[in-house]
Design a protein around this ligand. Structure first.
Ligand SMILES: [Zn+2]
Length: 498
């Protein structure tokens, strides 16, 4: 044997050993949690919950911006309606109106030494022009196949009503929780920026010296595990949320008449800049939370070829990181969004005459920042990417409104464990993992009160139904409302116990 052959055999042996070790490690990757039994069913007054959601939808609490800036009355009507619909809550809890239209209900617990729990919802909904709706958006129509139609049924009056039904249920049973319960209902979540309700609620609680153990808001998601090769439903609890913002790429050049162009024009430079940004996304990164997501999910992958590949790759994510990131960026926009800051060009401006070359052309880029990155980092990245044109003074990167990513909650805290348990006690054949919520919610304002800020909406909606949020024919099935109420009954019980 030549020395070359010996080296080749040794290298081959090392590679075989290495992959054998990875395969053994994958085979040993089993779920680490003790199984949780489904809770015995409780008698929920489903008809009443359905009636309440229909009534809630009929009060058009369209968020008060732009054409709806004076849409005050529905918010007052809604608040008055809550008084009638939930008599026990209104009798036993203290209600405080914040920033004119937001509401806090404070229900005292048995043990004042314990920190309280905050359950959030927002009262406002996005506008719903009636065109294209099978049933008018503020009619709360109930169809023969069990759907309640209307704006807000999913985002998020369905969530709020399920929560309130659960609170009322417990009160009807004479329950007094160990911890104080704060129901915090903001009135202006939907515009996305300059949110007064949530920040004023937090300031109010902080000023009063209220101590909070955990926060639960909408968000998170329930998905079909098949997309990750998991033969179960997967419930994802949002333990952080991405930051979001807008920026403009502005190109300035001498314009002129279209009869004697001198390329590159401002439009040309802008087009190149957009292509460059799309082709050169920011680096992928594992955050502590995304690592947790896949540590939790990987033992459940399997059952199909795709599942086994995912299980192998995710179990060995530490040594196969570049490959896993590569798979993620290609697999789906959602998995790509979990591992990096994303850019989406949205609005474009150029010349306003057909025969005039503009002096200025610009694009709006909506960006979503992964935890650990800030708006200033995004600006610096884009300036570096476009540095030639920036140096020449013809391109400017202008930060507009933004909100940086939230902190990542510790998913080993008791509150997280209680939410996880409540999901498993309510839904059959489901796997739970934490993740980085890729949209925005009021929850991000609550970090001054506690690190334990979580997002979870207990609804298993089809992709078709999910796509109706903020769109036409938003609807919720009555069985979903019932299940969500059952979830909140468990969750209140678990999280507010000592
Ligand atoms: Zn919402």
């Amino acid at each position: 044997m030549t020395p070359g052959e010996i080296v080749a055999i040794v290298i081959a042996g090392v590679i075989v050993l290495f992959f054998t070790a990875l395969i053994i490690r994958t085979a040993l990757n089993k779920p680490k949690h003790a199984p949780v039994e489904l809770a015995p069913p409780v008698q929920i007054d489903k008809d009443k919950a359905v009636q309440h959601l229909r009534e809630a939808v009929r009060i058009p609490t369209v968020t008060m911006v732009e054409d709806y800036v004076d849409n005050v009355q529905p918010f007052i009507d809604y608040r008055n309606w809550l008084e009638k619909a939930y008599p026990l809550l209104n009798e036993k809890a203290e209600r405080t109106i914040i920033a004119d239209y937001s509401i806090i209900y404070h229900l005292k617990g048995k043990n004042p030494a314990l920190k309280g729990g905050c359950y959030l919802s927002h009262i406002d909904v996005v506008p719903a022009p009636v065109d294209g709706w099978e049933h008018p958006p503020f009619s709360g129509e109930l169809t023969d196949d069990g759907y309640i139609y209307g704006r807000g049924t999913q985002d998020m009056k369905g969530h709020m009503i399920a929560l309130l039904e659960a609170v009322e249920y417990h009160l009807s049973q004479g329950k007094v929780f160990d911890r104080d319960l704060y129901l915090c209902f903001g009135h202006d979540e939907e515009p996305g920026t300059s949110i007064v309700g949530a920040s004023s609620i937090v300031k109010h609680l902080k000023d009063k010296g209220v101590e909070i153990e955990f926060v639960i808001d909408e968000g998170g998601t329930v998905i079909d595990g098949k997309m990750l090769g998991i033969p179960h439903t997967v419930a994802l609890i949002g333990a952080a949320e991405k930051g979001n913002g807008d920026l403009e790429i502005v190109v300035r050049k001498s314009g002129g008449h279209a009869s004697n162009p001198n390329p590159p024009t401002a439009d040309g430079v802008l087009a190149n800049a957009i292509c460059k940004i799309e082709k050169n996304p920011m680096k992928t990164r594992w955050t502590a939370l995304t690592k947790e997501t896949f540590k939790e999910l990987s033992p459940y992958c399997g059952g199909s070829a795709l599942g086994r590949i995912f299980k192998f790759a995710l179990t060995n994510r530490d040594v196969m990181s570049p490959l896993v990131k590569f798979i993620f960026t290609l697999a789906a926009p959602m998995t790509n969004a979990l591992v990096r800051t994303t850019f989406a060009p949205t609005m474009l401006w150029g010349s306003d005459a057909r025969n005039v070359i503009p002096k200025e052309a610009k694009v709006n880029i909506n960006y979503r920042m992964i935890t650990g990155e800030k708006a200033e980092d995004v600006k610096a990245y884009l300036e570096k990417l476009l540095k030639k044109d920036v140096k020449k003074g013809r391109v400017e990167v202008k930060l507009l409104n933004y909100s940086n990513p939230s902190a990542e909650a510790d998913v080993h805290c008791t509150a997280y464990e209680n939410i996880r348990r409540s999901i498993l006690e309510t839904f059959d054949d489901i796997v739970v993992a934490p993740y980085m919520f890729i949209a925005a919610s009021d929850a991000r304002f609550y970090n001054p009160l506690t690190d334990n800020v979580f997002r979870f909406g207990p609804f298993i909606n089809s992709l078709d139904d999910q796509a109706r949020i903020h769109g036409i024919n938003e609807r919720l099935h009555v069985d979903q409302l019932e299940k969500a109420t059952a979830f909140f009954i468990r969750c209140l019980d678990n999280t507010l116990a000592e």
